[in-house]
Design a protein around this ligand. Structure first.
Ligand code: PLP
Length: 422
């Protein structure tokens, strides 16, 4: 492939074969150590706990068993249906879920894969992103966004969030472009749209691939348009604690591009559309029938759950307005966030978290370090203190979600008001 073609615009359909992910990457970070102690990838839920939350605390950050119990009959019926069908992989449940998820987002295709990290990796690979390519990523995100870029052999390049936002700054992206930049990977962090219309315009003008990391933003909208419909592809995680979560690992890529969808379907399945016809190289990353069946149940509840989150967030915003030392999340005009997380900022974050814990209120930190402060990515980090370093020191995620009542939100808000003054 000639260099000029490789740097070509992503308005063109992709015709070349995707490159294989290199296997050199050494993953050696505290997050992984935490995983080995049965802590989930983004530290939100303790897998060892039967309630997947702080069962013995007053107000749990997350309680997946409560979410299961709310619709137990429907989840159990889906389980029975799959067990009776005798189909476990690439069957009718996956097809049905893919169809309804694509239609929910208004996209032509959804391709179910094993998890959100694979969704990102495969999406970049089928677009031919590989060694020598630079991909612009937020400094403040979950590490998976960066790992996907490395798994393609490409180079992540950090962009800081805009002032007052948690998401990647579009102007920062424009300023960071180099001749090697081929793609931008905006993350709709915490369920907040990452300025996607402006990013789409910028990418179109500069001939860049835009892949949305929508792992935290199922159902969010920007100026009436669904998040997940701005990039050439968008990637989802259905990790259990997500707004649309499975009861295990799962993910999906959505796109309107028929050729990319076909390439993704083959790539997730050993490079094969038909048994033993391996026309391209691939991996094994398939969303299984049970998870797909449960996801269909949860998808039908997604809008209602998101409305609950929105109501809870509105209550927090109202109750916590003007609390000294507390910075509340902003919602720019035209954004409809889905409040995967409700994140406040305080320069006295650790004391506030301790005060809440004393009252039995579980909070978490998303994320305790900018990605370039983790050992595998240390070479990518600037020397001085950055906006993302400040966020890492100040952010605190308060409990939110369909397992909570508005009374519990009030209880948390009161504890925050008291804790902020201590
Ligand atoms: C922003 C973001 N991207 C990617 C991922 C990776 O998803 P998964 O854990 O399903 O691999 C996550 C998951 O937590 C995430 O929050």
């Amino acid at each position: 492939m000639a260099e000029g073609q490789r740097r070509g615009t992503f308005a063109e359909p992709v015709t070349r074969q995707p490159r294989l992910a290199p296997t050199f990457w050494q993953f050696d970070c505290p997050q992984q150590a935490a995983c080995s102690q049965l802590t989930a990838p983004d530290s939100r839920i303790s897998i060892g706990s039967p309630r997947m939350g702080a069962a013995d605390m007053g107000i749990a950050f997350l309680d997946l068993q409560a979410i299961y119990r709310q619709d137990q009959a429907a989840y159990d019926a889906a389980y029975r249906r799959v067990m009776d069908s005798g189909r476990w992989i690439l069957g009718p449940e996956l097809l049905a879920f893919e169809k309804s998820f694509a239609s929910y987002l208004g996209r032509r295709h959804a391709i179910g894969v094993g998890n959100g990290l694979d969704a990102l990796t495969l999406a970049l690979q089928v677009c031919g992103i590989g060694p020598g390519d630079e991909v612009l990523v937020p400094a403040h995100t979950f590490i998976a966004t960066w790992l996907a870029v490395r798994q393609c052999g490409a180079t992540p390049r950090a962009v800081e969030p805009a002032e007052g936002s948690f998401c990647i700054d579009t102007a920062g992206v424009a300023a960071a472009l180099t001749p090697a930049t081929r793609a931008v990977l905006p993350v709709h962090l915490y369920g907040q749209p990452a300025d996607p219309a402006a990013m789409r315009t910028l990418c179109a003008e500069r001939g860049l691939l835009m892949v949305e990391d929508a792992a935290q933003a199922h159902g969010a909208r920007h100026r009436g348009e669904a998040i997940g419909s701005f990039g050439r592809l968008a990637c989802y995680s259905f990790y259990p604690g997500k707004n649309l979560g499975a009861f295990g690992d799962a993910g999906a890529v959505v796109t309107d591009d028929d050729a990319l969808a076909q390439a993704l379907r083959a790539r997730r399945n050993y490079g094969s559309h038909t048994r033993y016809a391996h026309d391209s190289e691939g991996v094994n990353s398939r969303l299984d029938e049970l998870q797909a069946a449960w996801l269909s149940v949860r998808l039908a509840r997604l809008d209602a759950h998101n409305v609950q989150r929105k109501t809870q967030a509105a209550r927090y915003l109202e109750r916590l307005a003007g609390v000294p030392g507390l910075v509340l999340p902003q919602v720019p005009e035209g954004d409809e966030p889905v409040w995967h997380l409700f994140v406040v900022r305080s320069t006295r974050r650790d004391a506030l978290q301790a005060a809440l814990a004393e009252r039995g209120i579980e909070t978490l930190i998303h994320y305790p370090r900018a990605v370039y402060r983790y050992p595998p990515f240390a070479a990518f980090g600037p020397a001085g203190r950055t906006p993302s370093d400040r966020l890492a020191d100040e952010v605190l995620s308060l409990p939110i979600g369909p397992h909570l009542s508005l009374e519990q939100i009030d209880t948390v808000a009161e504890a925050v008001i008291d804790g902020a003054g201590t």
